[in-house]
Design a protein around this ligand. Structure first.
Ligand code: SAH
Length: 251
């Protein structure tokens, strides 16, 4: 077997995890707590929602409706299955298959745009610029973004991220970028290391072992890449993490 599509392997790996990027209920709550009170039934978009890790938290934290957008159907299938299991009404959750770079919502449709571990796919500044028109005047955006926490990373960490995400910023550069994109910062929250391990890297390591047993060499490249990323995080504590940026749209 040597004809496995690397993307299919990646999807299968991701779909076996409780979430598809670092994060936790506590961190979603900490970011949400930086917002002033929202309308009673806010309109919320969760962009790059995956299987809905943050979607279901937002439904719990607000009385609003969440429009959950993802490009890939298998993630939305998992989100729909969970919604059914938890008895979430159709009035509160609207799953949408769509490209977050080419959204077709009305301008000023949302009180709040939320996005965990996904804006990097568009680039931090570009994502914020292109989503701005969908936010109501004075409305809010909260995103988590992988961010350098040190100006002097190890050569190993620098080399990895220069290849994987060369535009990765620091807290200061991202704060400048969001100001330039037309927002005012309300607060930041650095995800603790535990948010990388508990529901992401620890189950991923287990899943890598299972998939290696199933697919052998045919999946090795994808699985080895993920292992490299995990080892990098383990060996370079405190050098980078996801950071929540919570902001208000300026006039
Ligand atoms: N927010 C989720 C998933 C983060 S992973 C969580 O924290 O668990 C990034 C997600 O973005 C994946 O679910 C992927 O399918 C989705 N995605 C990738 N490109 C996209 C695009 N162009 N438009 C919408 N979603 C996209």
């Amino acid at each position: 077997m040597n004809d496995l599509d690397p993307f299919k392997i990646f999807l299968e790996l991701q779909l076996g995890l409780p979430r598809n990027g670092p994060g936790s209920r506590a961190s979603t709550e900490a970011a949400f707590a930086m917002l002033p009170p929202l309308p009673e039934k806010p309109e919320i978009a969760d962009l790059g929602c995956g299987q809905g890790a943050s979607t279901f938290e937002l439904l719990r934290l607000t009385g609003g409706r969440v429009t959950a957008v993802d490009l890939f159907e298998p993630f939305l299938d998992k989100l729909n299955a969970r919604a059914e299991k938890e008895g979430v009404s159709e009035a509160r959750l609207l799953p949408v298959r769509g490209d977050m770079e080419a959204l077709s919502f009305d301008n000023e449709a949302f009180d709040l745009i939320w996005s965990e571990g996904a804006i990097y796919l568009l680039g931090f500044a570009h994502g914020l610029e292109s989503w701005r028109r969908f936010v109501k005047p004075g409305g809010f955006v909260a995103v988590s973004e992988c961010t350098w926490l040190t100006a002097t990373p190890s050569p190993e960490a620098r080399a990895f991220w220069d290849a994987a995400y060369p535009a990765m910023g620091t807290v200061a550069s991202n704060c400048e970028a969001l100001t330039r994109a037309g927002y005012e910062l309300l607060g930041t929250h650095v995800l603790p290391e535990e948010d990388w391990w508990r529901d992401y890297y620890t189950p991923m390591r287990k899943r890598i072992a299972e998939m290696r047993a199933t697919y052998g060499e045919a999946a090795e490249e994808v699985l080895a890449n993920e292992e490299t990323e995990i080892a990098l995080f383990e060996n370079n504590p405190g050098q980078y993490s996801y950071v929540f940026y919570v902001m208000r749209k300026r006039d």
